[in-house]
Design a protein around this ligand. Structure first.
Ligand SMILES: Nc1ncnc2c1ncn2[C@@H]1O[C@H](COP(=O)(O)OP(=O)(O)OP(=O)(O)O)[C@@H](O)[C@H]1O
Length: 312
Protein backbone atom coordinates (compact mmCIF):
# COMPACT_ATOMS: atom_id res chain seq x y z
CA UNK A 1 0.00 0.00 0.00
CA UNK A 2 1.36 3.48 -0.80
CA UNK A 3 1.99 5.63 2.25
CA UNK A 4 0.68 9.18 2.60
CA UNK A 5 2.76 11.84 0.91
CA UNK A 6 3.87 14.83 2.92
CA UNK A 7 1.14 17.44 3.19
CA UNK A 8 2.90 20.07 1.12
CA UNK A 9 2.77 23.81 1.54
CA UNK A 10 1.43 24.09 -2.01
CA UNK A 11 -1.46 21.73 -1.20
CA UNK A 12 -2.21 23.68 1.96
CA UNK A 13 -2.33 26.89 -0.06
CA UNK A 14 -4.58 25.29 -2.67
CA UNK A 15 -6.98 24.21 0.09
CA UNK A 16 -7.04 27.75 1.43
CA UNK A 17 -7.73 29.21 -2.02
CA UNK A 18 -10.38 26.50 -2.61
CA UNK A 19 -12.17 27.62 0.56
CA UNK A 20 -12.08 31.24 -0.56
CA UNK A 21 -13.27 30.30 -4.05
CA UNK A 22 -16.09 28.26 -2.53
CA UNK A 23 -17.22 31.33 -0.62
CA UNK A 24 -17.14 33.54 -3.72
CA UNK A 25 -18.87 30.99 -5.94
CA UNK A 26 -21.33 29.93 -3.23
CA UNK A 27 -20.11 26.37 -3.51
CA UNK A 28 -20.21 24.09 -0.52
CA UNK A 29 -18.40 21.05 -1.87
CA UNK A 30 -14.84 20.31 -2.86
CA UNK A 31 -13.98 17.44 -5.17
CA UNK A 32 -10.35 16.40 -4.74
CA UNK A 33 -8.92 14.09 -7.40
CA UNK A 34 -6.18 12.20 -5.59
CA UNK A 35 -3.15 10.41 -6.89
CA UNK A 36 -1.72 9.46 -3.48
CA UNK A 37 -3.08 8.90 0.00
CA UNK A 38 -2.92 12.05 2.09
CA UNK A 39 -2.54 12.96 5.71
CA UNK A 40 -6.31 12.90 6.31
CA UNK A 41 -6.24 14.85 9.59
CA UNK A 42 -4.29 17.70 7.95
CA UNK A 43 -6.55 17.65 4.91
CA UNK A 44 -9.62 17.77 7.17
CA UNK A 45 -8.25 20.84 8.95
CA UNK A 46 -7.19 22.57 5.71
CA UNK A 47 -10.65 22.11 4.17
CA UNK A 48 -12.73 22.90 7.24
CA UNK A 49 -16.28 24.00 6.45
CA UNK A 50 -16.41 22.22 3.08
CA UNK A 51 -18.14 18.99 2.13
CA UNK A 52 -15.11 17.15 0.74
CA UNK A 53 -15.40 14.32 -1.80
CA UNK A 54 -12.25 12.36 -2.53
CA UNK A 55 -11.92 10.49 -5.81
CA UNK A 56 -9.09 8.19 -6.81
CA UNK A 57 -8.39 5.29 -9.10
CA UNK A 58 -6.90 2.95 -6.55
CA UNK A 59 -8.67 1.90 -3.36
CA UNK A 60 -5.28 2.08 -1.59
CA UNK A 61 -5.11 5.85 -2.22
CA UNK A 62 -8.38 6.27 -0.32
CA UNK A 63 -7.59 3.94 2.59
CA UNK A 64 -8.71 5.46 5.87
CA UNK A 65 -10.37 8.47 4.21
CA UNK A 66 -13.95 7.36 4.90
CA UNK A 67 -13.09 6.81 8.59
CA UNK A 68 -11.71 10.34 8.67
CA UNK A 69 -15.17 11.60 7.60
CA UNK A 70 -14.64 12.10 3.85
CA UNK A 71 -17.00 10.88 1.13
CA UNK A 72 -14.99 8.64 -1.18
CA UNK A 73 -15.47 7.68 -4.82
CA UNK A 74 -13.37 5.04 -6.43
CA UNK A 75 -12.99 5.68 -10.12
CA UNK A 76 -12.13 2.98 -12.57
CA UNK A 77 -10.68 5.42 -15.00
CA UNK A 78 -6.96 4.77 -15.25
CA UNK A 79 -5.33 6.84 -17.92
CA UNK A 80 -8.50 8.78 -18.75
CA UNK A 81 -8.02 12.50 -19.35
CA UNK A 82 -8.55 14.53 -16.21
CA UNK A 83 -11.70 16.18 -17.60
CA UNK A 84 -13.26 12.76 -18.02
CA UNK A 85 -12.20 11.64 -14.53
CA UNK A 86 -13.78 14.76 -13.02
CA UNK A 87 -17.00 14.21 -14.95
CA UNK A 88 -17.15 10.59 -13.90
CA UNK A 89 -16.59 11.50 -10.25
CA UNK A 90 -19.32 14.15 -10.45
CA UNK A 91 -21.81 11.80 -12.11
CA UNK A 92 -21.18 9.14 -9.50
CA UNK A 93 -21.50 11.62 -6.65
CA UNK A 94 -24.84 12.81 -7.99
CA UNK A 95 -26.07 9.24 -8.59
CA UNK A 96 -25.11 8.33 -5.01
CA UNK A 97 -26.79 11.46 -3.59
CA UNK A 98 -23.46 12.82 -2.33
CA UNK A 99 -23.98 15.97 -4.38
CA UNK A 100 -27.04 17.93 -5.28
CA UNK A 101 -27.33 18.01 -9.10
CA UNK A 102 -27.77 21.78 -8.98
CA UNK A 103 -24.71 22.30 -6.79
CA UNK A 104 -21.64 24.34 -7.52
CA UNK A 105 -18.45 22.40 -6.81
CA UNK A 106 -14.81 23.37 -6.53
CA UNK A 107 -12.54 20.73 -8.06
CA UNK A 108 -8.89 20.39 -7.07
CA UNK A 109 -6.63 18.19 -9.17
CA UNK A 110 -3.40 17.72 -10.96
CA UNK A 111 -4.04 19.10 -14.43
CA UNK A 112 -0.55 19.58 -15.81
CA UNK A 113 2.09 17.74 -13.85
CA UNK A 114 1.41 14.26 -12.51
CA UNK A 115 1.56 13.98 -8.75
CA UNK A 116 1.34 17.72 -8.04
CA UNK A 117 -1.90 19.51 -7.24
CA UNK A 118 -1.77 22.46 -9.58
CA UNK A 119 -5.36 23.26 -10.66
CA UNK A 120 -8.68 24.44 -9.31
CA UNK A 121 -11.95 24.64 -11.26
CA UNK A 122 -15.36 26.03 -10.41
CA UNK A 123 -17.97 23.66 -11.83
CA UNK A 124 -21.68 24.41 -11.95
CA UNK A 125 -23.21 20.99 -12.12
CA UNK A 126 -26.42 21.82 -13.91
CA UNK A 127 -24.42 23.31 -16.77
CA UNK A 128 -21.77 20.62 -16.79
CA UNK A 129 -24.09 17.64 -16.49
CA UNK A 130 -26.54 19.16 -18.94
CA UNK A 131 -23.85 18.45 -21.52
CA UNK A 132 -23.78 14.73 -21.08
CA UNK A 133 -21.35 13.04 -23.34
CA UNK A 134 -21.99 9.86 -25.24
CA UNK A 135 -18.96 8.65 -23.30
CA UNK A 136 -20.94 8.83 -20.06
CA UNK A 137 -23.37 6.27 -21.41
CA UNK A 138 -20.61 4.18 -22.90
CA UNK A 139 -19.23 3.80 -19.40
CA UNK A 140 -22.21 1.64 -18.54
CA UNK A 141 -20.57 -1.05 -20.67
CA UNK A 142 -23.91 -2.50 -21.53
CA UNK A 143 -24.86 -4.68 -24.44
CA UNK A 144 -27.64 -2.25 -25.23
CA UNK A 145 -26.47 -0.27 -28.27
CA UNK A 146 -25.61 3.33 -27.54
CA UNK A 147 -28.07 4.68 -30.12
CA UNK A 148 -31.03 2.91 -28.54
CA UNK A 149 -29.93 4.03 -25.09
CA UNK A 150 -29.48 7.66 -26.19
CA UNK A 151 -32.89 7.74 -27.84
CA UNK A 152 -34.58 6.27 -24.76
CA UNK A 153 -32.73 8.62 -22.37
CA UNK A 154 -33.62 11.65 -24.52
CA UNK A 155 -37.26 10.61 -24.54
CA UNK A 156 -37.27 10.01 -20.79
CA UNK A 157 -35.68 13.41 -20.16
CA UNK A 158 -38.21 15.18 -22.35
CA UNK A 159 -41.11 13.39 -20.59
CA UNK A 160 -39.60 14.42 -17.24
CA UNK A 161 -39.13 18.01 -18.34
CA UNK A 162 -42.35 18.62 -20.24
CA UNK A 163 -44.90 16.25 -18.69
CA UNK A 164 -48.12 16.23 -20.69
CA UNK A 165 -50.48 19.17 -21.04
CA UNK A 166 -48.99 20.89 -18.03
CA UNK A 167 -49.21 17.85 -15.79
CA UNK A 168 -46.15 15.96 -14.55
CA UNK A 169 -45.74 12.46 -15.94
CA UNK A 170 -43.65 9.62 -14.55
CA UNK A 171 -42.82 6.40 -16.34
CA UNK A 172 -40.35 3.56 -16.74
CA UNK A 173 -38.45 2.23 -19.76
CA UNK A 174 -36.73 -1.14 -19.52
CA UNK A 175 -34.28 -1.31 -22.39
CA UNK A 176 -32.51 -4.42 -23.71
CA UNK A 177 -32.61 -8.14 -22.87
CA UNK A 178 -36.36 -8.00 -23.51
CA UNK A 179 -36.91 -11.77 -23.42
CA UNK A 180 -35.71 -11.99 -19.83
CA UNK A 181 -37.50 -8.76 -18.93
CA UNK A 182 -40.85 -10.02 -20.27
CA UNK A 183 -40.63 -13.02 -17.95
CA UNK A 184 -40.88 -10.54 -15.07
CA UNK A 185 -43.76 -8.54 -16.56
CA UNK A 186 -47.49 -8.80 -16.75
CA UNK A 187 -49.85 -6.41 -18.51
CA UNK A 188 -51.80 -3.96 -16.38
CA UNK A 189 -54.80 -4.44 -18.62
CA UNK A 190 -54.80 -3.14 -22.18
CA UNK A 191 -51.40 -2.93 -23.95
CA UNK A 192 -51.57 -0.04 -26.45
CA UNK A 193 -48.65 -1.25 -28.61
CA UNK A 194 -49.97 -4.77 -29.06
CA UNK A 195 -51.00 -5.66 -32.60
CA UNK A 196 -48.74 -3.16 -34.38
CA UNK A 197 -46.03 -4.35 -36.76
CA UNK A 198 -42.37 -4.09 -35.69
CA UNK A 199 -41.70 -1.22 -38.12
CA UNK A 200 -44.55 0.77 -36.49
CA UNK A 201 -42.96 0.48 -33.04
CA UNK A 202 -39.47 1.89 -33.59
CA UNK A 203 -38.28 4.33 -30.95
CA UNK A 204 -36.20 6.24 -33.50
CA UNK A 205 -39.41 7.26 -35.30
CA UNK A 206 -40.56 10.70 -34.02
CA UNK A 207 -44.24 9.70 -34.43
CA UNK A 208 -43.67 6.67 -32.20
CA UNK A 209 -41.98 8.88 -29.60
CA UNK A 210 -44.95 11.25 -29.59
CA UNK A 211 -47.30 8.27 -29.09
CA UNK A 212 -45.10 7.02 -26.23
CA UNK A 213 -45.44 10.41 -24.51
CA UNK A 214 -49.20 9.92 -24.57
CA UNK A 215 -49.05 6.32 -23.35
CA UNK A 216 -46.59 7.31 -20.61
CA UNK A 217 -49.52 8.92 -18.79
CA UNK A 218 -50.90 5.43 -18.17
CA UNK A 219 -49.62 3.18 -15.39
CA UNK A 220 -46.80 0.73 -15.96
CA UNK A 221 -43.56 0.30 -17.87
CA UNK A 222 -42.39 0.17 -21.49
CA UNK A 223 -40.27 -2.78 -22.53
CA UNK A 224 -37.87 -1.85 -25.33
CA UNK A 225 -35.68 -4.31 -27.25
CA UNK A 226 -32.00 -3.56 -27.88
CA UNK A 227 -32.79 -2.62 -31.49
CA UNK A 228 -35.23 0.09 -30.32
CA UNK A 229 -38.48 -1.80 -30.92
CA UNK A 230 -41.10 -1.06 -28.27
CA UNK A 231 -42.08 -4.59 -27.36
CA UNK A 232 -44.73 -3.91 -24.73
CA UNK A 233 -46.30 -1.04 -22.79
CA UNK A 234 -48.30 -0.65 -19.57
CA UNK A 235 -46.47 -3.55 -17.94
CA UNK A 236 -46.23 -4.27 -14.24
CA UNK A 237 -42.61 -5.22 -13.59
CA UNK A 238 -41.82 -7.51 -10.73
CA UNK A 239 -38.38 -8.96 -9.96
CA UNK A 240 -36.74 -9.95 -6.66
CA UNK A 241 -35.60 -6.90 -4.71
CA UNK A 242 -33.31 -8.69 -2.26
CA UNK A 243 -29.84 -7.08 -1.86
CA UNK A 244 -31.01 -3.80 -3.35
CA UNK A 245 -30.60 -0.56 -1.48
CA UNK A 246 -32.09 2.69 -2.69
CA UNK A 247 -32.18 6.21 -1.33
CA UNK A 248 -35.05 7.02 0.97
CA UNK A 249 -38.01 8.59 -0.76
CA UNK A 250 -37.87 6.38 -3.86
CA UNK A 251 -41.07 4.40 -4.23
CA UNK A 252 -42.42 1.38 -6.09
CA UNK A 253 -41.50 2.56 -9.60
CA UNK A 254 -37.84 3.00 -8.67
CA UNK A 255 -37.71 -0.32 -6.81
CA UNK A 256 -39.15 -2.00 -9.88
CA UNK A 257 -36.46 -0.29 -12.01
CA UNK A 258 -33.64 -1.35 -9.70
CA UNK A 259 -34.81 -4.93 -9.35
CA UNK A 260 -35.42 -5.59 -13.06
CA UNK A 261 -31.98 -4.20 -13.88
CA UNK A 262 -30.54 -6.68 -11.37
CA UNK A 263 -32.59 -9.62 -12.66
CA UNK A 264 -31.68 -9.00 -16.32
CA UNK A 265 -29.05 -7.36 -18.53
CA UNK A 266 -31.44 -4.48 -19.23
CA UNK A 267 -30.92 -0.83 -18.39
CA UNK A 268 -33.98 0.58 -16.62
CA UNK A 269 -34.70 4.27 -17.12
CA UNK A 270 -37.15 5.77 -14.65
CA UNK A 271 -38.81 9.17 -14.84
CA UNK A 272 -40.09 10.39 -11.51
CA UNK A 273 -43.53 11.92 -11.58
CA UNK A 274 -42.72 13.96 -8.47
CA UNK A 275 -39.87 15.99 -9.97
CA UNK A 276 -39.05 14.77 -13.47
CA UNK A 277 -35.70 13.27 -12.41
CA UNK A 278 -34.45 10.56 -14.74
CA UNK A 279 -32.38 7.71 -13.33
CA UNK A 280 -30.53 4.96 -15.16
CA UNK A 281 -30.30 1.67 -13.31
CA UNK A 282 -27.90 -1.12 -14.09
CA UNK A 283 -27.44 -4.28 -12.06
CA UNK A 284 -29.68 -2.93 -9.31
CA UNK A 285 -27.90 0.41 -8.87
CA UNK A 286 -28.44 3.99 -9.96
CA UNK A 287 -25.66 4.64 -12.47
CA UNK A 288 -26.71 8.02 -13.77
CA UNK A 289 -29.15 10.67 -12.62
CA UNK A 290 -30.33 13.47 -14.87
CA UNK A 291 -32.32 16.44 -13.67
CA UNK A 292 -35.03 18.01 -15.81
CA UNK A 293 -33.20 21.25 -16.46
CA UNK A 294 -34.89 23.97 -18.36
CA UNK A 295 -32.52 23.75 -21.29
CA UNK A 296 -32.58 20.78 -23.60
CA UNK A 297 -29.84 18.27 -22.93
CA UNK A 298 -27.19 18.24 -25.62
CA UNK A 299 -25.28 15.18 -26.63
CA UNK A 300 -21.78 15.78 -27.75
CA UNK A 301 -18.97 13.52 -28.71
CA UNK A 302 -16.34 13.35 -26.08
CA UNK A 303 -13.66 15.95 -26.46
CA UNK A 304 -10.35 16.04 -24.71
CA UNK A 305 -10.50 19.79 -24.37
CA UNK A 306 -12.72 21.27 -21.67
CA UNK A 307 -16.02 22.61 -22.95
CA UNK A 308 -15.61 25.59 -25.22
CA UNK A 309 -17.25 28.75 -24.00
CA UNK A 310 -16.77 32.34 -23.02
CA UNK A 311 -14.12 33.38 -20.58
CA UNK A 312 -15.01 34.12 -17.01
N1 LIG B 1 -43.71 -2.66 -10.34
C1 LIG B 1 -44.08 -1.66 -11.14
N2 LIG B 1 -43.99 -1.81 -12.49
C2 LIG B 1 -44.35 -0.81 -13.32
N3 LIG B 1 -44.79 0.39 -12.89
C3 LIG B 1 -44.90 0.59 -11.56
C4 LIG B 1 -44.54 -0.41 -10.62
N4 LIG B 1 -44.75 0.07 -9.37
C5 LIG B 1 -45.20 1.33 -9.53
N5 LIG B 1 -45.29 1.64 -10.83
C6 LIG B 1 -45.78 2.90 -11.42
O1 LIG B 1 -45.26 3.96 -10.64
C7 LIG B 1 -46.31 4.81 -10.23
C8 LIG B 1 -45.90 5.55 -9.00
O2 LIG B 1 -45.64 4.68 -7.91
P1 LIG B 1 -44.85 5.22 -6.64
O3 LIG B 1 -45.34 6.59 -6.29
O4 LIG B 1 -44.84 4.18 -5.57
O5 LIG B 1 -43.41 5.29 -7.27
P2 LIG B 1 -42.18 6.27 -7.02
O6 LIG B 1 -40.98 5.39 -7.14
O7 LIG B 1 -42.37 7.08 -5.78
O8 LIG B 1 -42.22 7.17 -8.33
P3 LIG B 1 -42.61 8.73 -8.54
O9 LIG B 1 -41.38 9.50 -8.13
O10 LIG B 1 -42.88 8.79 -9.98
O11 LIG B 1 -43.82 8.97 -7.68
C9 LIG B 1 -47.49 3.89 -10.12
O12 LIG B 1 -48.70 4.63 -10.25
C10 LIG B 1 -47.28 2.97 -11.31
O13 LIG B 1 -47.76 3.57 -12.51
Amino acid sequence: MSSPVKFSEQLETFCLVARQLAKTAEADSLLFLLEHPQDWAKLRKATEGLNVLLAADRAADLAGAADAGFSVIQLVASDSPVYEQLTRALLESVADDLLNPAACVIAMYSGFEAGVIDSLSVIRLDEHLGRLTAQDLRQLETRVPLDTLKTAVDLAVSIGREGREGKPVGTLFVVGDHRTVLKHCHPLGFDPVKGYGTHERQLNDPKVREAIKEIAQLDGAFVVASDGTVVAACQHVSAPAADITLSKGLGARHWAAASISRASQAIAISVSESNGTVRLFQNGEVMLRIEPFRRAMKWRDFEYEPAAGGQD
